[in-house]
Design a protein around this ligand. Structure first.
Ligand SMILES: [Zn+2]
Length: 396
C-alpha cells in the first residue's frame, strides 16, 4: 500500500520515502509513500526524480503506485530512504488544466444541461466531449466569458473526505462505496476525484476555448488554461505578426485582407489561363500554316524539350488540335514524359494509342481521344512510344 501524499497536499514537491520493493532489475520501484501522481482519471503522470534518478512513468496499481525509472536505483540508496522531487512545472500545468476542466464541466452542465462524457488531457491542449450535437460560436464565447469570470472570483477549491452513502450534491453519482475524496469549487461543483487541483479558481489562470468539432452525437471542445493559454496566445501572435508583415498590414486587417487576396489570386489565375489560351491559339495557327500535310492529309507536329513538365504543352496542344486534321506530340527528355493530342477529325484517338504504347515499355498514363499524357522509365522508351503515335495512320 502506497500512501498518496498528493491526496492531502497537491503542492508538496519534495518528500522522503522508504523503498518497499524493487522489480525489473531495480527500475520499477515501490515506496511506502509518494507525492508522484500516477496516470489516472485522464490526468497524465508526474515526472521528476527519485534518489536522483529520472522518473519516466508512474503507474496506478490500485493499492500501490509503481515508479518507473530511467535506470536502476543505486544499491545503497535503494535499501534506505530515497528523496523524491516532483517536476513542478509539469505538475502545475496539469493542475491548472484539470481544475479548469472541473470548472468548465460544471458551467456547461449548469448553463446548458450538457453532461461531460469524456475528457482528454493532451501534451499541448485538452478536450471535453459534451452531450450536445452543436455549439454555436456565440454560445462558446459566452461560456468562455463566464468561465473567466469565475476564475476572477477566485473561488476556493477544497478537498474533503466524505462517506459515499451520505455525500450529497455530487455532479456525477460515484460508483465507489466507502470513503470518497470530494473536490469542491465553492458554489459551483462537487465531484468525486482523485486528481491534483489548484487552491482557488484564480490559480487556474485564463481559460481559452478553441476548436469545436462534432464527434458522433457529442461536441468536442478544445480548451487551454493558465500558462498554456498564454503560451498559445504568444504563438498565435507570432504567427499572425509574420503573416501581417508578409502582407504589409496590421494583424486586425488580416481577416479581411487574406480572403480578398485569395479572391484576387483566383481572378489573376483565370486571366492568366485566358491569355495563355489566346497566345497558344496564335502560335498554333502559325505553326499549322508552316506544316505540309502528309499522305493522309494530316499535319503532324513534334516538339522536344530537354527538361520541364509535359503538361506545360497542354494549352498549345489543345489549340493546335482544335485546327482540322492535326496531331501533336510534346516530348520531355528529363524526366522522360510525353503528351499527345489529336484533332477530332484526325481519325486518331490519342488515349487509345498512348495507353497501350506506354504499357508496353513499362510507362504510366492515359487520357481521352483528344489529349493524353504519360511517363516512361527512360529516354529510349520515350522514342518507342513517340514512334507508335507519330507513325499511326488515321483510321479510314
Ligand atoms: Zn479532479
Amino acid at each position: 500500500m502506497t500512501e498518496r501524499l498528493y491526496y492531502a497536499d497537491a503542492f508538496r514537491t519534495r518528500f522522503d520515502a522508504r523503498v518497499i520493493e524493487r522489480a525489473e532489475d531495480g527500475r520499477r520501484v515501490y515506496l511506502d509513500q509518494s507525492a508522484f501522481y500516477p496516470t489516472s482519471g485522464g490526468q497524465p503522470h508526474d515526472r521528476g526524480t527519485l534518489g536522483g534518478v529520472e522518473v519516466v512513468d508512474v503507474i496506478d496499481e490500485d493499492a500501490r503506485v509503481a515508479h518507473l525509472l530511467a535506470r536502476p536505483l543505486e544499491g545503497e540508496v535503494a535499501e534506505g530512504v530515497v528523496k523524491g522531487v516532483i517536476d513542478w512545472t509539469r505538475r502545475w500545468d496539469h493542475m491548472q488544466q484539470h481544475t479548469g476542466q472541473h470548472l468548465l464541466s460544471a458551467l456547461c452542465a449548469d448553463t446548458h444541461g450538457w453532461e461531460t462524457q469524456s475528457v482528454h488531457f493532451g501534451p499541448d491542449s485538452s478536450t471535453l466531449d459534451l452531450s450536445t450535437e452543436s455549439i454555436s460560436p456565440a454560445v462558446l464565447r459566452e461560456i468562455e466569458r463566464l468561465a473567466n469570470a469565475i476564475v476572477c472570483e477566485h473561488r476556493p477549491v477544497s478537498v474533503r473526505f466524505e462517506q459515499a452513502e451520505t455525500a450529497t450534491g455530487l455532479r456525477k453519482p460515484s460508483d465507489r462505496g466507502g470513503m470518497l475524496r470530494i473536490v469542491e469549487i465553492e458554489g459551483l461543483d462537487r465531484s468525486a476525484c482523485g486528481g491534483t487541483h489548484v487552491r482557488a479558481t484564480g490559480e487556474i489562470g485564463a481559460i481559452v476555448l478553441r476548436r469545436v468539432e462534432r464527434v458522433r452525437k457529442s461536441t468536442r471542445v478544445e480548451f487551454l488554461c493558465g500558462g498554456r493559454a498564454v503560451a498559445r496566445a504568444r504563438a498565435d501572435f507570432e504567427t499572425l505578426s509574420a503573416m501581417a508583415q508578409g502582407m504589409s498590414c496590421s494583424i486586425d486587417e488580416l481577416s479581411t485582407l487574406v480572403p480578398a487576396q485569395g479572391e484576387q489570386l483566383r481572378a489573376l489565375e483565370n486571366e492568366r489561363r485566358r491569355l495563355l489560351d489566346e497566345v497558344s491559339a496564335t502560335r498554333a495557327r502559325d505553326a499549322y500554316a508552316g506544316i505540309v500535310p502528309d499522305a493522309a492529309g494530316l499535319r503532324r507536329l513534334v516538339q522536344r524539350r530537354p527538361t520541364g513538365k509535359a503538361d506545360e504543352s497542354r494549352a498549345f496542344a489543345l489549340a493546335f488540335c482544335a485546327l482540322p486534321k492535326a496531331t501533336f506530340a510534346a516530348v520531355v527528355a528529363t524526366p522522360p514524359a510525353i503528351l499527345v493530342a489529336a484533332s477530332d477529325d484526325s481519325g486518331i484517338d490519342a488515349g487509345r494509342v498512348l495507353k497501350p504504347a506506354l504499357a508496353e515499355v513499362g510507362g504510366k498514363g492515359g487520357g481521352n481521344a483528344r489529349l493524353a499524357q504519360g511517363t516512361v522509365p527512360d529516354a529510349g522508351a520515350l522514342e518507342t512510344v513517340l514512334n507508335s503515335f507519330a507513325a499511326r495512320p488515321p483510321i479510314a
